[in-house]
Design a protein around this ligand. Structure first.
Ligand code: OFO
Length: 189
């Protein structure tokens, strides 16, 4: 009995004295990033659903998968903050945009979202260097690479749509081939 009490006390003590390994400003930025990744996930889910009901099944599958990816990016951050003894704040999210005039607007929203996330990641990287937090800096490199790829995919898909214009058969082929176009945009030169 005494042993159990001792263990309980030690556990409580360790929990309340666990060492903060990040500055609070870096911790806040990582939590903000959790929110940006979660928002991107919800935005892409909304876009997938729009594509689904408008007959673009290929585009819908593409955005369902993107939504899952962003969710993984969010979870990766949550786990990292916990590993570094930070405090995760699971955020409330704004309602994502749900109505789009066209495929073009859908992919403009995609590119805008990726550019926004890239800017935020660059800001985290900048702050890590200011605070000499090379551990978080190192962790964030994975996100830098990911953003490079996702921005390239978003730009390529939007370029294709701009070439297609209002041509309905072009939209049909785009919807059919979207995953091939995306994979090619991602392939190393
Ligand atoms: Fe999270 O990768 Fe793009 O946004």
């Amino acid at each position: 009995m005494l042993n159990i009490l001792y263990l309980k006390f030690t556990f409580k003590y360790l929990r309340s004295h666990k060492k903060k390994q990040m500055t609070s400003s870096i911790e806040k930025l990582l939590n903000d990033q959790v929110k940006f990744e979660a928002s991107a996930s919800m935005q892409y889910l909304s876009m997938a659903s729009w594509a689904d009901v408008n007959g673009y099944n290929g585009v819908a599958e593409f955005f369902y998968a993107q939504s899952e990816e962003e969710r993984l990016h969010m979870t990766k951050l949550v786990k990292f903050i916990n590993e570094r003894s930070g405090t995760v704040i699971v955020p409330a999210l704004d309602k994502p945009k749900a109505d789009f005039k066209s495929l073009n607007e859908l992919f403009e929203t995609f590119l805008k979202s990726e550019v926004f996330v890239t800017e935020k990641i660059n800001h985290v990287i900048y702050e890590c260097l200011q605070h000499k937090d090379y551990n978080v800096h190192n962790f964030m490199q994975w996100y830098v690479t990911e953003q490079l790829e996702e921005e390239a995919v978003a730009r390529t898909l939007l370029d294709k749509l701009n070439i297609i214009g209002n041509d309905k058969s072009g939209h049909y082929l785009f919807d059919r081939d979207i995953n091939t176009i995306a994979t090619e945009a991602n392939a190393p030169e």
